[in-house]
Design a binder for this molecule. Structure first.
Ligand code: FES
Length: 82
């Protein structure tokens, strides 16, 4: 069983659009972080990407440490890693 890798110990701000389905990287190996590029299929086959959408267009802080309890959004859990 493989575990997620910490991609970065800080969130990233991204602009998201409503009515669009996004695929959030759960494994931390994606080269398109914070979005999935399919890397989990090789690196963490026990994990799947997290599909999500937003209701309002805007800027959102997405987790890159992979420790959030509210994926894909940063919940401050990265502060415990430092
Ligand atoms: S970057 Fe993961 S909880 Fe903030």
């Amino acid at each position: 069983m493989t575990t997620p890798k910490i991609y970065a110990c800080e969130p990233i701000e991204v602009k998201l659009e409503p009515e669009k389905i996004y695929s959030f990287c759960i494994c931390g190996y994606s080269e398109k972080s914070p979005f999935c590029d399919g890397a989990h299929k090789e690196k963490c086959p026990n994990l799947k990407s997290h599909k999500f959408s937003v209701e309002k267009e805007g800027k959102y802080w997405l987790c890159q440490c992979k420790k959030t309890k509210n994926p894909p959004f940063c919940d401050g859990s990265h502060k415990d890693l430092k």
